[in-house]
Design a binder for this molecule. Structure first.
Ligand SMILES: [Zn+2]
Length: 311
């Protein structure tokens, strides 16, 4: 395939997922064309597809890395390895503006670079929490984002207790540096008065309720999970939250400028052997299997993290 002219891309519509060949136009001024090597499959995309939020034909995907093949950005040469913070990253090539590109440290692999965006989300999330006087952090949910948070907090020297129903994931959490990992059924008795800082990373109603029940009076609940409204049917236990007089923080961010800064921190952390997100990747797909990779699967059978690999 001619790098300058065509790309293969995932198109999501109400009718399903198609892989199409698209003609690319000339690279715009201030942009670079990146030939992708990897793209992380994000649970927010899986959720959006499963919930029918995506109606018209749409390009999605925002966790990507690759090599610049054409550049109209001064100082950025073809051949440079980059994170491409694109919005259409389930594709062989993306065109990205200058302020959505991070040049890679030589020590960061393109696989880890593709996952710099979710790591950046975790870095930003942890920045929001009042951790100066905290001697223990309880984290509910050892999926990909939860495991990244465990790793980040462990590297900062925090004692993290992980709450997770799946045994294999509890083991991964311990390997990532958690001091202990408990089953949800046994955790409430461990914290009769709750604890000061609880991070929720499940994205589920049950996980959020449990995380709230673990917060001590006056404590903080940080919500890292990606939650859906289930057509407005989701509720939160406000009475219990009010009784605890607790702070509830959404740990999500929408500032692209901050995200780019944290993506840079994420890829440099990986280069230093700090947060290495590829350690949690347990499934790889080619582009032709993107529909499979983007299918909703129950948490106990879904991969912790799937990545598309481009040839
Ligand atoms: Zn994502």
């Amino acid at each position: 395939m001619n790098d300058a002219a065509h790309r293969r891309a995932v198109v999501v519509s109400r009718n399903g997922i198609d892989i199409v060949t698209e003609l690319l136009t000339e690279v715009s001024a201030g942009h670079a064309r990146v030939k992708l090597s990897h793209a992380g499959i994000c649970h927010s995309d899986i959720a959006a597809i499963a919930s029918g939020t995506i109606t018209g034909p749409a390009h999605i995907g925002h966790e990507a890395s690759g090599v610049v093949v054409e550049s109209r950005i001064p100082g950025l040469d073809a051949g440079t390895r980059v994170v491409a913070y694109a919005t259409d990253a389930y594709a062989t090539h993306v065109d990205v503006p200058h302020d959505r590109i991070v040049v890679l440290d030589p020590g960061c692999s393109t696989l880890d670079a593709a996952l710099a965006e979710p790591v950046a989300c975790v870095i930003g999330a942890i920045e929001m929490l009042p951790l100066a006087d905290c001697s223990e952090i309880v984290l509910v949910g050892a999926g990909f984002m939860g495991l990244l948070a465990v790793r980040h907090l462990a590297l900062l020297g925090h004692a993290v207790t992980v709450v997770e129903p799946i045994e294999a994931r509890r083991a991964v959490a311990l390997g990532a540096g958690a001091v202990r990992a408990l089953h949800p059924d046994s955790v409430l008795s461990e914290y009769p008065s709750g604890t000061a800082i609880v991070i929720e990373a499940t994205g589920s109603a049950g996980g959020l309720a449990l995380a709230g029940d673990l917060v001590a009076i006056g404590g903080t609940l940080g919500i890292l999970g990606y939650h859906q409204s289930e057509n407005g049917m989701r509720t939160v236990p406000m009475e219990r939250w009010n009784f605890r007089a607790m702070s509830v923080l959404s740990l999500h961010h929408r500032s692209a400028e901050r995200m780019m800064r944290w993506i840079d921190r994420a890829q440099r952390s990986a280069a230093q052997g700090g947060i290495v997100p590829s350690e949690f990747v347990d499934a790889y797909f080619g582009l032709s299997d993107a529909a499979l990779a983007l299918a909703m699967t129950p948490a106990d059978r879904a991969p912790v993290k799937a990545v598309l690999t481009f040839q």
